[in-house]
Design a protein around this ligand. Structure first.
Ligand code: AMP
Ligand code: MG
Length: 450
């Protein structure tokens, strides 16, 4: 059993990040939301584009208003009105001002804006009631960004702020990394789909949905395979197909030491290198991590995959669930990373958050850090473990007066109980060798919201 930290490091070392030349594509700006930037962006425009006013008021010469010799407020002639979007026509001379609005271009000659609240207007004259600071409320051209200098670096996830920056720089298209394709495979004779009647002894295959949702939230394209029975040949075919169809494969079930747990055997048969078989983590001890060169998996899978062995998640227009039919035409990574996750529903999700997600981040071209985010929180209940494995207990992180608190989910913390996982947002960690964290003590909690 490998300690968690060592397993994480080993997994990250197996991942080859996407290559900006082979694994990137140009997309329209709004199609880039949630994608990872693949190349540096340099803007051609200064930001702000021109000296402009930050407020509604009057553009003046600071010289004119700074210290009235007679102590009386200064009154200036208004020579022009400059709304946003117009080029000023006049240059401000001594004793003059221009009416100006937020975002409007500063007229030549003026260097300071007096906000309208500090003025009194009489016809085409304005009296300055309070002395402004020099250059007050002027946003200078290039003060925020100078054209030709680096604007955005590759490896950042494009969210609203980055999309806004790219829009301001008039980047209608951006080069982003393709979405990693992740095949999801459930194994087990007992599994039925969500639309099939349940017979005695059967259970519903929830892992496929859990993993598809996690993979989509992580910005990948889920490739859903049919449920595979616990039969060596069927599983072997399905695993080959999955490897042929995706950059990464997540199977769940069949990796423990039961008589029907064939995954490791098949991977070895297919020429994969198995790097990890079990990790000292609870839930999630049986965890297989392997790499396989795609060609060695054989071509047998691809044809069948194309002919409908792979089922898509019901198609919705949401970018969270990109349909496999809109797959990027770019070739897959030469080495496929295989995660054989445990079958228990909570174990499958915990091992995804702890081990698969950092690997996805690195593969996607996201720059470091790839590891999960942990925060210190006060445990509201005692947190127990058997001390033999690093234990993850699910619950809710809440911020109370600037301090995180951790509320343990009520009910059973069995790895088969996925019901009380709903509504949680964190996993509290009881380290290896420790049997309890007392109520009121600090505990490290891993965020599970992606
Ligand atoms: P296994 O790792 O195959 O021994 O499975 C461990 C437990 O997880 C068993 O109780 C399985 O029935 C359950 N399980 C396996 N696969 C799934 C799945 N896809 N969805 C829900 N539960 C599963
Ligand atoms: Mg099984």
């Amino acid at each position: 059993m490998l300690p968690v930290q060592q397993a994480e490091t080993l997994i990250l070392n197996l991942v080859l990040p996407f290559n900006p030349h082979h694994d990137a594509e140009a997309v329209k700006l709004l199609d880039a939301v949630g994608r990872v930037l693949a190349e540096p962006v340099t803007g051609q425009l200064d930001f702000p584009h021109w000296d402009n006013s930050a407020m509604d008021g009057y553009a003046v010469r600071y010289e004119d208003v700074r210290s009235p010799s007679d102590g009386q407020p200064v009154t200036l002639d208004i020579v022009e009105e400059i709304p946003a979007g117009y080029q000023p026509q006049k240059s401000i001379q001594p004793g003059q001002a221009a009416r100006i609005f937020t975002g409007a271009v500063m007229p030549a000659g003026a260097d300071t804006v007096v906000i309208q609240e500090d003025t009194e207007r009489q016809g085409d004259r304005v009296t300055i009631l309070s002395t402004p600071n020099p250059q007050a409320f002027v946003r200078h051209q290039g003060a925020f960004y100078k054209a030709g200098t680096p604007l955005l670096q590759p490896g950042i996830k494009l969210q609203a702020a980055e999309i806004a920056v790219l829009a301001a720089a008039q980047c209608a298209q951006v080069r982003v990394f393709r979405r990693p394709r992740v095949a999801i495979l459930s194994t087990g004779d007992e599994l039925v789909g969500i639309d099939q009647p349940l017979q005695p002894g059967q259970i519903v295959d929830s892992n496929r949905y859990a993993l598809a949702a996690l993979v989509a939230e992580a910005g990948c394209e889920p490739v859903l395979m049919d449920v595979v029975p616990d039969q060596l040949e069927a599983l072997r075919t399905a695993i080959s197909q999955a490897i042929a169809a995706a950059d990464m494969v997540l199977s769940s079930g069949g990796v423990s030491v039961g008589d029907y747990d064939y995954v490791d055997e098949i991977l070895a048969d297919l020429g994969a290198t198995i790097h990890i078989r079990s990790v000292a983590v609870k839930p999630g001890k049986p965890l297989t991590v392997a790499t396989i060169r795609r060609q060695e998996a054989g071509d047998e899978g691809v044809g069948e995959w194309m002919s409908g062995r792979v089922r898509e998640i019901p198609s919705t227009p949401s970018p969270l669930y990109p349909s496999t039919s809109v797959s990027s035409p770019l070739p897959l990574s030469p080495i496929s990373l295989y995660f054989g996750l445990p079958g228990n529903p909570v174990s499958a999700m915990v091992t995804f958050w702890r081990f698969v997600l950092p690997a996805i981040r690195k593969l996607s071209g996201v720059r470091e850090p790839w590891h999960p985010a942990f925060v210190s929180a006060i445990a509201r209940q005692e947190l127990r473990s058997d001390g033999k494995r690093e234990s993850y207990l699910w619950g809710r992180l809440e911020l109370v007066n600037g301090q995180y608190e951790f509320e343990l989910a009520g009910g059973s913390h069995s790895s088969g109980n996925l019901i009380n996982l709903a509504g949680t947002n964190g996993l509290a960690v009881v380290p290896l060798g420790e049997t309890a964290i007392a109520r009121g003590e600090l505990v490290q909690v891993m965020f599970t919201l992606i």
